[in-house]
Design a binder for this molecule. Structure first.
Ligand code: HEM
Length: 390
């Protein structure tokens, strides 16, 4: 989500707890908190920042970068923390490396990786463990990273999830630094073809192209990979949970896989993640006074676009849990909207499709007991224990 790039919402549990008057019913699940906040108001203000929960309102903020700036942090964040022409120039670099021409040919390898990882799981396993292995191996395949980094990257995913869960800024800052140190070693070591192409790439300036700086390369790689390992892991856990609790839809998707209907599989993934979006929120700062949903927000205010809640807005989707891939596609905000819309959508969809196909081909999944929800400010499940019936 990518969370220096993906910002988990701040103060969410605290504010929701106050609003519920000390009542701690499922108070740790970010999705439940989002639903409740949205039911009260599509835009709210608490603890010095604003949250935009509604679907129309979230889209409006994401599509208006002049009023809602992405420059929210003093740290370099390429291209997430940039606006206007600077964002356009760096976004062009990112788009070159995530183009369909580069990403689509990787799919057979992703499928091979997912089937291989699935084959190494026992009959009962935690789908998040399956997901984290698929995420790390697909990413390493894409970026050409040595398998020797796998254990360190897996340990990092676990540390990052624990730090996010703790809501402690110093812990999240420490894991961000830990990730930067892995990235610096990979660049200095054997970067692999795709990473080397980025290291040697250039960015447009007023007087021509100039090489990317080391700091820019590290920031790009951090934003490509750090949160994404987490988002893909959580997404695979969510998809496995959905299959294990919706057997007739799983059967339908199994037939789509058999007939090679990849469009239907990809639409199903978008819809499953709409129902339960693990990528919670991103930040913006207002550049002038503005009114949304009747709320007057002053210039300079910090605001969170609450994607998970916006993807479950009953005004946009009716029953937020009703599965309707075709009907809900147009209002789906899982990959954002506007100039910062996710450039990793194809990569993400292909990694998730590979995982989905492996889960479908492995036989029917059922839950072993209960899956455990993550605690706000993280989304998705902490663990999804499943068993397969071949
Ligand atoms: C399930 C997986 C993913 C989800 C749900 C997701 C979602 C999003 C969303 C909602 C945004 C918009 C952020 C904003 O408006 O501030 C975004 C931006 C971004 N995503 Fe993704 N993403 C995913 C996977 C990926 C992957 C695999 C990559 C690349 C390796 C990636 C790279 C990025 C980057 C670089 C941006 C910032 C774009 C910009 O500022 O112009 N994402 N993503």
């Amino acid at each position: 989500m990518r969370l220096s790039r993906t910002v988990r919402p701040n103060g969410l549990s605290e504010s929701a707890e106050k609003a519920e008057g000390e009542q701690l019913v499922s108070m740790t699940d970010a999705r439940t908190l989002g639903d409740r906040s949205l039911a009260r108001c599509p835009v709210s203000h608490d603890n010095g920042s604003w949250s935009v929960w509604g679907n129309d309102e979230a889209r409006r903020v994401a599509e208006d970068p002049h009023v809602f700036s992405s420059r929210v942090s003093r740290h370099l964040s390429v291209p997430n923390g940039m606006d206007g022409d600077e964002h356009r120039r760096f976004r062009a670099v990112i788009d070159r490396h995530l183009s369909d021409d580069i990403i689509v040919p990787l799919y057979p390898d992703f499928e091979h990786i997912a089937l291989d990882v699935y084959g190494s799981m026992g009959d009962s396993f935690d789908a998040n463990v399956f997901g984290s292995l698929v995420a790390v191996r697909c990413q390493s395949r894409w970026l050409g990273w040595d398998a020797g980094y796998e254990d360190e990257l897996l340990a990092w995913i676990a540390d990052n999830q624990a730090a996010t869960r703790s809501g402690d800024y110093s812990r999240t800052a420490a894991v961000a630094e830990q990730f930067d140190s892995i990235i610096r070693r990979i660049i200095a070591d054997q970067p692999g073809e795709a990473t080397a192409a980025l290291v040697n790439d250039t960015v447009e300036e007023a007087d021509g192209e100039r090489p990317l700086t080391h700091a820019e390369v590290v920031s790009i790689l951090r934003n490509w990979t750090s949160g994404d390992l987490g988002s893909i892991t959580y997404s695979i856990g969510i998809v496995a949970h959905f299959l294990a609790t919706h057997h007739s839809i799983a059967e339908e998707l199994r037939r789509c896989d058999e007939t090679g209907d990849t469009r239907a599989l990809d639409m199903a993934l978008d819809e499953i993640l709409r129902i339960d979006d693990p990528f919670l929120a991103n930040r913006r700062r207002t550049t002038r006074d503005v009114t949304i949903a009747g709320q007057d927000i002053p210039a300079g205010a910090l605001l969170h676009i609450q994607w998970t809640a916006a993807n479950r807005d009953p005004r946009a989707f009716g029953d937020p849990d009703a599965y309707n891939p075709e009907g809900n596609a147009a209002r789906n905000l899982v990959y954002g909207a506007g100039p910062h819309v996710c450039p990793g959508r194809t990569l993400s969809t292909l990694e998730l499709r590979a995982a989905l196909v492996a889960l479908l081909r492995g036989g029917e999944l059922t839950l072993v007991g209960h899956a455990t929800r993550e605690e706000s400010p993280a989304g998705g499940y902490a663990a999804v224990p499943v068993t397969r019936v071949r």
